[in-house]
Structures are given as C-alpha cells and as structure tokens.
Design a protein. Structure first.
Length: 451
C-alpha cells in the first residue's frame, strides 16, 4: 500500500518535472536561435521520445493483446450464463452511448456560449491553412479518412470486429477483433462441460502473471510520463494557453472537467453499488484509479493505458474480474467521452472561425456524428483529430444541402488546432479512461466473482 503511494507521488513528480523541463527546452530553443541550440533541442527530443514512446509505451503496448484476451476470457467464463451476459453487455453499451451523448451535449453547450472561434483573426486562419497544407503526412491521413466518410468508418469498424484472420489482427495490435474472438471463444468454453475447468485455470494463471508484469512496468511510469510530457511540451510550449487558440483549449478542458469531475462522479454515485467497505464515493474511486488516469495523461492512449486501468480496477478498487474484464477492454476502444466532447467542440469552433452560424439541426447532427466518430476512433494518440474530419464532412454536407451557395469549412482549417492537439489529447484520454473505469464500477453491480 505504502509503495503504491510512493509510486503515485513519483508519477506526479514525473508529470510536473516533465512539464517544467519541456517548457525550459521550448524557451531555450527560441531564446538562443542558433544552429547548435537547434541541434541540442532535436537531440533532447530524440532522447525523450526514446524513453517515453519506445521504452515505456512499448512495454505497455506489448502487454495489451495478451491482457485483453485473458481478461475478456476470464470475465466472460466467470459470468457463465447467457442471460446474464446479455444483460451485462446491454447495460455496458447503454452506458457507453449515454455518457458519450452527455459529454457531447456539454461540449456543444459550452462552445456555442463561449464562442472561441470568434477570437481568431483572418490572418491567423490563413497562416494555419498554409501550415496545414505543408504537412504532407497529415494531409494524406486526413484525406484518406475524409474519403472513407461516416459509413466507411462504421463499415471498417464492423470489418475489424469480425476478423478474417485473428492471428493477423492480434499481430497488428488491434484490440477490437481480439475482444470479439475472446468473447466468442469464452462463451463456447462455458459449454464444454468439465473439460473447461483446466482451461479456465490456465487463463486465470496467465492473467495473474500478466498483472505482475504490469506491476513491474508501472514502476517505469514516473520516468515514462516525465519523458512524454517533456517531449510534448518542448514542441508546443505552454504559452498556447494564453494565445488566441487558448479560449478554444479552455472550452475543451472546461467541458472535460465538468464531465469528469461532476457528471461521471454523479452517475457513479447514483448507479454503482457500494464497494467492500460500503463506500460509494466517486472521489475515493478516483483515488484508486489515479495511476491509470496519470498514465493516460502521459501516454495519450487509452489502449496503452489499458493494462494499468485493469490493474487499478481489479487490485486497487476491487472491481470483479467479470466487470473489469469486459467493460474496460471494450471501453478502451469504444467508449470515449473526452474524444466525443472534443470533436463536437472542435467542429463548432472551426465553423465559428469561418463565420458560420449553426442551427439546431446541424448541432444535433454534430452530436450524433461526433459520438459515432469517437466510437470509431482507436485508443491511440491523435485518433480523435483524424476521425474529426468525418464530423466536419457531415456538417459541410448539411450546410451545403440547405444553402448550396454557402462556403464549406475546408479540412485545412484543422491547421488551426493541430498544434495544440497533443495537449488536449492528454486530457481527453484521461476522461476516456476515467469513463471506462466508472462504467466498470457501475456494471459491477450485475456481477459476482463466483464461477
Ligand atoms: N488519444 C485518445 C485515446 O486514446 C483518442 C483521441 O485521440 O481522442 O483515448
């Protein structure tokens, strides 16, 4: 218990120090403006990226697929009967969709009232568009997503869910097909009579070993989040918070804070059953999930955080393996409250930059497409930025339909928000992970751990 608090403090120190060192590096580069300083800047970025992305995130990613498979298999086999499984699945999906819809609504209310887009000048807009056009890699990724459209993205999701080759899907590190296969596999395991017992015991043991591996990797989190924070802040700088784009960032962050600190705790308080000590306090639960939330802030990835989320949920918060094994892996790729909120705010913000007034029907359309686009976003850094073009396209089509002469929002407008995306991604990923955890805590009311 004590070592856990020491680790938490170390991670916190990593987050703060990473921010300070990153900002120092960002400032140094600009104040010296000499070739050597540029070289040193690039060298430090390389070191931080190696420590954070290659080592820390690499170790976490290494554990995702085996952990997803075993936790889902254990979760489903321990539920056992179909009716109960259907009930858990149904409520889980309902929870995901309902909380994402609430998050989107909060985002829309805030952005239409704060109107951050009106603070952007014509010149800033033109510069951002030009900057975007020069970023070839990004243009290619976003154009591909744009061509895919909403239907394409949904089709892609279904195609992913039912993999033609489960080994290839696992090798590519895709959690969704592995989850589907594992659910199917586990359901059939429960039907094979007494032979299932040794098989289940093996999965149980493998799961325990994997959790111990996660435990070991978490000790690298302080260094990992330090390096990732330094890497991010050294490229962006904290001064963006007070620039013209700052009020857009403020809108997203305020929305995430309201959703994460008020709405989700309230939902948990109302619908979760008390824990073993009789407590239903959302803030006690947030404390138990703290390492997962901080890892999400550092990694910008719900999937990479998944091993830590499962560990905190089962070991710290005592959530049953049935609920944690089902709700958290699925949630890490489907349930994205922070991303949904962000996508809605970003699209309305861009519309405001182009002087467009959006009517109620367009806002409802944004709410629906932003929710679906968030479902379609993978749990990896910047996935939400990429799927946002789907929402942008839907809005454009809607505007042009009702007014054929109107100007659409160009995809290049995204140039305005790309620069600060990584910072917002930290917080929306934290909200995504927190949303999954609250879901597991609520769904736990339908579960018991006996087999
Ligand atoms: N990075 C987010 C996640 O992993 C997805 C996003 O880009 O919004 O949850």
């Amino acid at each position: 218990m004590r070592s856990n608090w020491i680790l938490t403090i170390l991670i916190l120190v990593g987050l703060v120090l990473g921010t300070i060192v990153g900002q120092g590096l960002f400032d140094a580069d600009y104040s010296l403006a000499q070739p050597e300083s540029e070289h040193a800047h690039a060298m430090w970025l390389g070191i931080f990226s190696f420590l954070g992305n290659t080592i820390f995130m690499g170790l976490l990613k290494m554990l995702i697929i085996p952990l997803v498979a075993t936790s889902v298999i254990i979760g489903v086999t321990s539920v056992g009967d179909f009716r109960k499984l259907g009930k858990i699945g149904g409520w889980t999906l309902f929870y995901y969709m309902a909380t994402m819809a609430i998050a989107v609504t909060i985002g829309l209310v805030l952005v239409t009232n704060i109107k951050p887009g009106t603070r952007i000048s014509e010149q800033q807009r033109v510069e951002a568009e030009a900057g975007y056009a020069a970023d070839e890699q990004r243009v290619e990724a976003l154009t591909a997503k744009q061509q895919e459209g909403l239907m394409g993205a949904m089709k892609g999701l279904v195609e992913q869910i039912i993999p033609r080759n489960i080994v290839a899907a696992a090798a590519a590190g895709r959690p969704l097909p592995v989850i589907f296969f594992s659910i199917f596999f586990a359901v059939v395991v429960t039907m094979i009579g007494p032979k299932k017992e040794p098989l289940i015991r093996v999965f149980d043991a493998v799961f325990e070993v994997l959790m111990k591996m996660v435990h070991a990797v978490i000790w690298l989190a302080p260094l990992g989040v330090f390096a990732l924070l330094a890497w991010t802040v050294a490229r962006i700088g904290l001064s963006v918070f007070v620039s013209a784009i700052g009020s857009y960032m403020f809108t997203v962050l305020l929305g995430i804070a309201i959703h994460g600190l008020i709405v989700l705790p309230l939902i948990m308080f109302l619908f979760a059953k008390p824990d073993a000590s009789g407590s239903r306090s959302p803030f006690k639960f947030m404390r138990q999930m703290r390492q997962a939330i901080m890892t999400a802030i550092g990694t910008d990835s719900s999937s990479a955080t998944l091993p830590v989320t499962i560990e905190c949920a089962t070991e710290e918060a005592g959530i049953s393996k049935q609920s944690a094994g089902f709700v958290i892996p699925l949630g890490s790729t489907i349930n994205m409250d922070g991303t949904a909120l962000y996508e809605a705010v970003a699209v309305v913000f861009l519309a405001q930059v182009y002087g467009m007034e959006l009517g109620l029907t367009t806002l409802v359309l944004i709410a629906i497409t932003a929710t679906l686009a968030a479902v379609g976003a993978a749990g990896i850094p910047s996935a939400g930025l990429v799927t946002m073009v789907i929402v942008l396209d839907a809005v454009n089509a809607n505007i042009l339909e009702s007014n054929p002469g109107a100007t659409a929002i160009p995809v290049s407008a995204i140039g305005l928000i790309i620069g600060v995306d990584r910072i917002l991604d930290m917080f929306r990923t934290a909200a995504n992970v927190w949303g999954d955890a609250v879901g597991a805590r609520i769904i736990d009311r339908f579960c018991t751990d006996e087999r």
